[in-house]
Design a protein around this ligand. Structure first.
Ligand SMILES: [Zn+2]
Length: 135
């Protein structure tokens, strides 16, 4: 295999690298994570209904918000974003993505209590102007 062909993808930032570019590196040159990257050769096509994928996305995103560190949350958000970008006009794969659509449509911030009824953590989702990239 050509050692200059992109064969490895960072799970945190989606940057792709060749083996030559990663030689001697112990972290992603793009974002600095030390998380385990994926082999692009392991990319697969999976048949799934969008609603089923959305259920997985919502549960995973909610779990990550409660239980994962920043790197884990970033990796999950990057994966969900890569999936969403394959079908950008479909319903968002996370509740936060849906609330972002509401904030954008209303042109006003949306606030929610995160972490259940006993939590006092308030999350504010600000509208993003149409010409800016949404995370
Ligand atoms: Zn990275």
């Amino acid at each position: 295999m050509d050692s200059n062909a992109k064969s490895i993808r960072c799970t945190n930032c989606s940057a792709e690298f060749s083996e030559a570019e990663l030689e001697g590196k112990s972290a992603c040159p793009g974002c600095g994570t030390t998380g385990v990257p994926c082999s692009i050769a392991e990319d697969v096509t999976v048949r799934i209904n969008w609603h089923e994928l959305r259920i997985l996305g919502i549960w995973a995103d909610n779990y990550a918000r409660e239980h994962c560190d920043a790197d884990g949350q970033k990796a999950l958000s990057t994966i969900l974003r890569r999936l969403q970008l394959q079908y950008p006009t479909k319903t968002p794969l996370t509740l936060m993505g849906g609330l972002q659509q509401v904030a954008d449509a209303l042109g006003t911030p949306v606030k929610l209590m995160e972490g259940g009824r006993n939590s006092s953590k308030v999350v504010t989702i600000n509208p993003v102007p149409a010409n800016e990239d949404k995370e």
